[in-house]
Ligand binder design. Structure first.
Ligand code: NAD
Ligand SMILES: O=C(O)C(=O)C[C@@H](O)[C@H](O)[C@H](O)COP(=O)(O)O
Ligand code: ZN
Length: 355
């Protein structure tokens, strides 16, 4: 598969043992690579770092291991990583490999985007969720006031997705990643959505060919959208379905307390309920059933208030002059962005308060 944006065209390799391609990918570059920094996290390092490091031995790779989890997407870790890159002598011809899930991809990508005003990087995703995060070039860290508030659009040189690496993922992370698969189906492909709905039992195992089908379908939807609108001037915003509420929940729970996928799945539910009220979306209960069968949260966490959620939603990047804009759904496969009043959001959130 290929992504072709205004700033870059790159390949995405999704297969068992895809990591073995890294050498051939590096050798294909016009400009030589002087040094490689592999960024990963404390869970992924003991599993796959040695393998990847050995594959790029000719570049004398150095490594940086972040703590695992969402809190690694911070100013502090960003600073430490930049300092390490400087101390270790990375230069403009160096390259970063982001070996991990969305957290590693986002922060390592942002370091690559900003180190000496930009060096090359390769995404080597290791989570199901990263079928989304590794493609499209959104790289960022969090701010205490909001998710991904400090970042850039900066495309990788390649995405090398070794599906063997997914075998060690815990069930909670498969569920989290599947939320973005579900999102891709809902926003763009009703056949894919219907297939998911009629295969829920098998999909909850998430193995073998189902897993690869979900990844490939999800990536092809994402790639086609970002190829048309790299910097979110229009259509790309639909990839944010579920995120206006989802990010607000993540921030108010405390980063890392709820997985991104769980928060987005809940956010899709709220967006669907608002859509029911605003445009008569007829399939809320169908989507709600799918979301509950995958065991995603269906209520606001007890320690968060509606006003906290609303306040954070106003900081969402789609907001304009403090007015919240959300991705709403008309029918499966068809979504659009529109402003939604505070009143409608408040009233709808009441429906999701825990008993
Ligand atoms: N840039 C984008 O377009 C984009 C898209 C979606 C999500 N995101 C971001 O991605 C992040 C979430 O990504 P994530 O869900 O991959 O989280 P993550 O990177 O924190 O990974 C989830 C957990 O799984 C562990 N892990 C990773 N790979 C593993 C493996 N193969 N085996 C065992 N454990 C493994 C990690 O150590 C971590 O504890 C969020 O910060 C979100 O905002 C970005
Ligand atoms: O690629 C995009 O565009 C997305 O919106 C994908 C989302 O799944 C992802 O979580 C993204 O990081 C959210 O972007 P943000 O601009 O709301 O921070
Ligand atoms: Zn997301």
């Amino acid at each position: 598969m290929k992504v072709q944006t205004e700033t870059k065209t790159y390949s995405i390799y999704v297969e068992e043992n895809a990591s073995l391609r890294i050498k051939e990918v590096l050798h294909s570059f016009h400009k030589n690579v002087s040094k490689i920094l592999i960024v990963t996290d404390s869970n992924v390092a003991p599993l796959y770092l040695e393998k990847v490091s050995n594959l790029v031995q000719e570049y004398n790779p150095i490594q940086y291991i972040l703590p695992n989890g969402e809190n690694a997407k911070s100013f502090e870790h960003f600073y430490e990583l930049q300092t390490y890159a400087l101390e270790m002598g990375l230069d403009r011809n160096s390259l970063i490999i982001a070996l991990g899930g969305g957290v590693v991809g986002d922060i390592a990508g942002f370091v690559a985007a900003t180190f000496m005003r930009g060096i090359r990087f390769i995404q080597m995703p290791t989570t199901l969720l990263a079928h989304d995060s590794a493609v499209g070039g959104k790289v960022a860290i969090n701010h205490p006031l909001g998710k991904n508030m400090i970042g850039a659009f900066y495309q990788p040189e390649a995405v090398i997705y070794d599906t063997d690496f997914l075998k060690s993922l815990p069930e909670s992370e498969i569920r989290s990643g599947f939320a973005e698969v579900l999102k891709h189906s809902v926003i763009r492909d009703s056949d894919f959505y219907n297939w998911i709905e009629s295969n829920i039992t098998e999909l909850s195992q998430m193995e073998g060919s189902n897993l690869v089908k979900c990844i490939e379908k999800g990536i092809s939807i994402k790639a086609s959208i970002v190829s048309n609108d790299e910097k979110e001037n229009g259509i790309r915003a639909i990839l944010n379905f579920g995120h206006t509420v989802g990010h607000a929940i993540e921030k108010n729970c405390g980063y890392g307390k709820m997985t991104h996928g769980d928060a987005v799945a809940f956010g899709m539910l709220v967006a669907a309920k608002i859509s029911e009220r605003i445009n008569g979306f007829a399939n809320f209960s169908q989507l709600s059933d799918v979301i509950s069968r995958f065991n995603y949260p269906s209520k606001i966490p007890t320690n968060i208030s509606i006003e906290q959620i609303l306040k954070s939603m106003k900081k969402d990047k789609k907001s304009q002059n403090g007015h919240i804009h959300m991705v709403l759904i008309k029918k499966f496969g068809e979504v659009y962005v529109q402003p939604v009043s505070d009143e409608i959001i408040r009233e709808t959130l009441v429906y999701f308060l825990p008993e």
